[in-house]
Design a protein around this ligand. Sequence first.
Ligand code: AGP
Length: 611
Amino acid sequence: MCGIVGYIGFREAFPVIIKGLQRLEYRGYDSAGVALMNGAMTIYKKAGKVSDLLNYIDGKPTNGTAGMGHTRWATHGAPNDKNAHPHTSNNGRLSIIHNGIIENYGPLKEELIKRGHEFHSDTDTEVLIHLIEDIQQKTGVSLEEAVRMALHEVIGAYAIVILSQDNPDELIAARKGSPMVIGVGEGEFFIASDATPIVEYTKNVIFLNDNELAIVHRDKLVVKTIENIEQTPYIQELEMKLEMIEKGGYEHFMLKEIYEQPRSIYDSMRGRIIAKDGFISLSGLNEYEEKFKNAERILIVACGTSWHAGLVAEYLIEDFARIPVEVEYASEFRYRNPIITEKDIVIAISQSGETADTLAAIELAKSKGATIFGICNVVGSSIPRVSHAGAYTHAGPEIGVASTKAFTAQVTILSLVALSLAQKKGTVSKTRLVELLTELEAIPGKVELALQSNEQIQVIADRFKDSRNALYLGRGYNFPVALEGALKLKEISYIHAEGYPAAEMKHGPIALIDEQMPVVVIATKGAILEKIISNIQEVKARQGVIIAIVTKGDTEVCKMADYVIEIPDTEEALVPLLATIPLQLLSYHIAIMRGCNVDQPRNLAKSVTVE
Ligand code: AGP
């Protein structure tokens, strides 16, 4: 996905836009550009990061109190100067920035070429601004009307901002399927993909809805539907604070977010449980209590780390609430013609709330009558808006591309979902419920303890930073943790890593074991510890090197592992919340030692809002 920023008001637009792009750079960073209006429209754009754009602009004129900027994650067209946004119309008097994907750009482009339009990029976005220009020239309608007419011809997702040489005091914005927030200031307006570029200027925001346009002037904002029906915009007050999106003294957002987990896990359950009374309250769940109680199965759809949280939920919900659960990769689910009925509950898990595959899976399930329960971290994002009910994880903005605190917050919420369903179905006694909730309340403090292994983990990271491969093994509740640990390592250090159910290793992967292969084993106290000890011995017998995550006080695994990282004891079902902490730190330190950009890993984006 890409980041878009627009500004019109009394300030110099350039610094507002650049700082906004820097805050959005986690969304995509293969090229960037700005368009500024100061009587005449000036455009600068460059492959690379926002810092490369700044170096390119250095010393060039940047004045103007209206403008827009874009940081790109390429969908169509290589990351280079010509494909960077903004893109302009044939006559150069219109410019556009776009987050999303225009599926039918090919035939539109062919038709426009026949009409004499010349294109300078390989992007789908450039087609849209030429289409708007073509409609205006053919019909003589206003820019606003031409935008509306053009959007009726577009198939796909968009969050766009348009600047016109002929309308220098106006920005036109529109969205469908990609997020857009409008900040409402005094005599100024801000437009952005999310609230992070806006929050330092104003807390009053409007989350534009799908198929809406905003016509923005310094002193006036009008919101209309794509059918030209004026809407009364709903202005909300942001809870987000500036310091939440700053690094707060940490070298990287990822490290800050790893260390925020005691707080974010606490916040995800705050106001939702009274452990001593065995009380759980998830409003969204209560609203659909009968549906959940009578559900014959629960489907979980998600991607990436959120899918791993969903896998933990499968163990939790089946273990405690005895409801069958099926965890699906959203990208597979949406195309495999799944059997879905109105009896089905679908839990959609997403940090960003904008992941295209997860959104599409939701739409498919909704179309067949399923009830959607969304678990998201970004208030006002698309997935909560299309879900019947849900719960926000309240982990705070997660800027690092590698998801950390969002994962543990998701698992916390899913633990509450499982226990709440168990309570409603009577499959767990009150006494047991009080025990589990009391232990859940203790998790933030135990995460603090797990974080104290940081220096020891740095030493281990130094030992393995040059590995070419790694294997992560876990069983039961720790199998999803093994998958998540492997994903963390590969996505920020670029070391190939695989997560596996420990017992599966002997069905193939054991052929990979030698003294060059670090094997991370989550071997915490639990009913199947003896089994995982056997798996460790199988690895050792083949000269494998073992890094074991163990329960504090372990006396068995530590005799056979090469490296041992202890985590506090807890309920077996809650171990994922603790076992993932050392794996996050291990991947972070290895990536740093390898000189990788942990907050903006190559080829990745924070939220994949395209297929
Ligand atoms: C996780 O570290 C990755 N950044 C990625 O797998 C992510 O979890 C996935 O793209 C899903 O994103 P979402 O939670 O915002 O839907």
